[in-house]
Design a protein around this ligand. Structure first.
Ligand code: Q9C
Ligand code: ZN
Length: 654
């Protein structure tokens, strides 16, 4: 069945879409929840359908791959396993076999789904190579990029992209001599890397969360020094993130300074994208924050190659809303009939520049264009990377508190030349801050009420932001404020704002640990807030700890001018903390002439929560009891009332 666009005379691009319900028949045998489940492709398909995309594409039906093509990248042994695992005679052994592999399950539908997944990519890849289609998206599962020659792993059975890549190279009449594979799944594409390790016809590029070999699939395969071998040396490119929370800015920096220059030089005949969307914002496995706009920019930049011949094959992506929205954004780019909308304000992480430099250095013998120096202003933009704390947002960018002494010393050596004789201990940023932050003494003369509605309602927890340290339930310690004097007063107040719970997890509290306050008041709503009277200097340190951990301490994030404008406009969104979830400082009136400030998400984030773009997420048990404890400690509510209040906030629709 080929449902074509209504206006074939129009000069619009022919974009293939392939999907088949039979790929939904692969699921966990025990019915247990699993991130790689049938709802993933269903969600995508429904999204494209309701967005009216299907009519604008060439919808193809899936076919099972033939063994002969699979055999180009998998062993006979592997083929037999995947072919037979769903048959009756394996009923009793299936689960035991799956248990031998890393992150693999099998059921009665697995074999067929795996053959359809590989077959679907084959189908569209050939059509794009021939020019029958301009580009295509294969909405498939199980995914493929972790599957190795003789080993299914990481939810992957057949290496779908590798199978299609081999076919294109082997069918000589297609005229495909050079293939660029871009693997933007948050995990390293270990399987694909190995299959083309020695092959200069395939430029394999993978950008992934790596964490020095600790992130899945652990080990050093994803290291940037893995560049290929023999004739394939220089044709394997790994960009290994040191931390989670990478977003549009980080990915686009890698595109601009690594991938695109190399791709220009390589000049592929076709581009295949291992399109996982588990680096997407809200993904429960990835912990990164690429937006649909980010993906569309990444794709747009790749469309400049191979006359736009692009084949996208789904890999990971486990937040259904984020997954479907990101795929939709990509298909719209392939269709090329509307301009990209959106923007990304944040800067790349400091570590992103370090990674980019290391990759460029490693590969410059093979790609001379990389020998050019990066513009100096890019590299030093965020220096010195003085880290005073870890963050309460889902920031995993920190390299832990141990970074402090080393980085501080480096910052002092590199940037603070005149003070190079200064010695700074592990726990003391004081000296550097005193020199570099004259704003501190100025802001220490102004008091504010910091109004809290989340775990900070617990005094002991809030004090971690002031004194440093860690209380029960917290996953990481805080560095505290430079001025460690306790709040001068504490009081409780109710406000007609809505408390709600969103996002998936925080680094500090783990899953289900994120509360927000609607920035706007509404007479029907009532929230209980605990107010701490602290200095504006301390408030700055709290803001930073609540949001981003790596920052330049030479200027405050919220100064007197910001206070003034927050008081006039009710709220102010802080540009420098854009990556954090609580960068919107809301002015909530005053108490004894002292302004009351809270920090929460922006109004536009509220809209994203309402639309489902960001997940609403009930508090986990542990976090909920922290909140109840805080509320009860405030003596405004009994335990039952506090529980009812939290329950209502987490269940009532926004
Ligand atoms: N501690 C893809 O995204 N995680 N695969 C296992 C074990 C496996 C992801 C965690 C993640 C596999 C295609
Ligand atoms: Zn993945």
């Amino acid at each position: 069945m080929e449902s074509n666009s209504d206006s074939t005379t129009e000069n619009r691009r022919r974009v293939g879409l392939i999907y088949d319900e039979r790929m939904c028949r692969h699921f966990t045998p025990d019915g247990e929840g699993h991130p790689e489940n049938p709802n993933r492709i269903l969600a995508i398909w429904n999204k494209l359908q309701s967005a009216g995309i299907l009519q604008r594409c060439v919808v193809l039906s899936a076919k099972e791959a033939e063994d002969e093509y699979i055999a180009a990248v998998h062993t006979k042994n592997h083929i037999d396993l995947i072919k037979n695992i769903s048959s009756k005679k394996f009923d009793s052994r299936r689960e035991r076999i799956a248990a031998k592999y890393n992150s693999i399950y099998f059921n009665e539908g697995s074999s067929e789904a795996a053959y359809l997944a590989a077959g679907s990519v084959l189908e569209v890849a050939e059509k794009v190579a021939k020019g029958v289609l301009d580009s295509a998206f294969a909405i498939i599962r199980p995914p493929g990029h972790h599957a190795e020659e003789n080993e299914p792993m990481g939810f992957c059975l057949h290496n779908n992209v590798a199978v299609a890549t081999s076919l294109l190279l082997n069918k000589r009449e297609l005229g495909i001599n050079k293939i660029l594979i871009v693997d933007w799944d948050v995990h390293h594409g270990n399987g694909t890397q190995k299959m083309f390790w020695n092959d200069p016809r395939v430029l394999f590029f993978s950008v992934h969360r790596y964490e020095f070999g600790r992130f899945y699939p652990a080990g050093d395969d994803g290291s940037h020094i893995k560049i290929g071998e023999g004739p394939g040396a220089g044709y394997n490119i790994n960009v290994p993130w040191e931390n989670g929370w990478c977003g549009d800015a980080d990915y686009l920096a890698v595109w601009d300074h690594v991938l695109i220059p190399i791709a220009k030089d390589f000049s592929p005949d076709i581009v295949i994208i291992s399109a996982g969307f588990d680096a997407a914002v809200g993904d429960p496995l990835g912990g990164c924050c690429v937006t649909p706009y980010g993906y569309s920019m990444m794709l747009k930049k790749l469309m400049k190659f191979a006359q736009g011949k692009i084949v996208m094959a789904l890999e990971g992506g486990y937040n259904l809303a984020s997954l479907a929205n990101s795929v939709l954004a990509c298909v719209e780019v392939l269709l090329e009939d509307k301009p990209l909308v959106g923007s990304s304000e944040a800067d790349p992480f400091e570590s992103t520049w370090r990674v980019i430099e290391a990759v460029r250095e490693e590969l410059s013998p093979f790609w001379p264009i990389l020998k050019d120096e990066l513009p100096r202003k890019l590299i030093i933009r965020q220096a010195p990377p003085i880290q005073i704390s870890t963050s309460d947002s889902d920031v995993e960018n920190d390299n832990g508190t141990h970074i402090v002494s080393e980085d501080l010393e480096k910052a002092i050596q590199d940037v603070v030349q005149p003070f190079s004789e200064l010695r700074v201990g592990v726990n003391s940023n004081d000296d550097v801050n005193a020199i570099y932050a004259p704003w501190r003494s100025e802001l220490s003369n102004t008091d504010v009420w910091y109004a809290t509605f989340g775990s900070n309602m617990c005094k002991s927890r809030f004090l971690c932001y002031i004194e440093g340290g860690q209380v029960e339930g917290m996953r990481k310690p805080c560095a505290g404020s430079l001025d460690k004097s306790p709040p001068k007063e504490i009081l409780w107040k109710t406000f007609s704002h809505r408390l709600f719970f969103g996002r998936d997890q925080t680094k500090t509290w783990g899953p289900g640990g994120v509360a927000f306050l609607h920035p706007e008041s509404n007479s029907q709503d009532k929230a209980y807030l605990c107010l701490y009277r602290i200095t504006l200097e301390q408030f700055n340190d709290v803001l930073v700890q609540e949001n981003i951990s790596s920052f330049d301490t030479s200027s405050p994030v919220f100064d007197l001018t910001d206070l003034d404008s927050a008081m006039k406009k009710r709220y102010i969104s802080l540009e420098v903390l854009k990556r954090g979830w609580y960068h919107n400082v809301v002015y909530m009136g005053n108490e004894n002439g002292i302004p009351i400030l809270t920090m929460t998400c922006t109004l536009s984030d509220v809209e994203s929560f309402k639309s489902g773009k960001f997940p609403l997420c009930a508090p986990a048990k542990e976090y909920a009891s922290t909140l109840v404890g805080g509320l009860v400690g405030g003596k405004l509510l009994s335990e039952d009332e506090a529980m009812a209040y939290i329950l209502e906030a987490s269940t009532k629709p926004l």
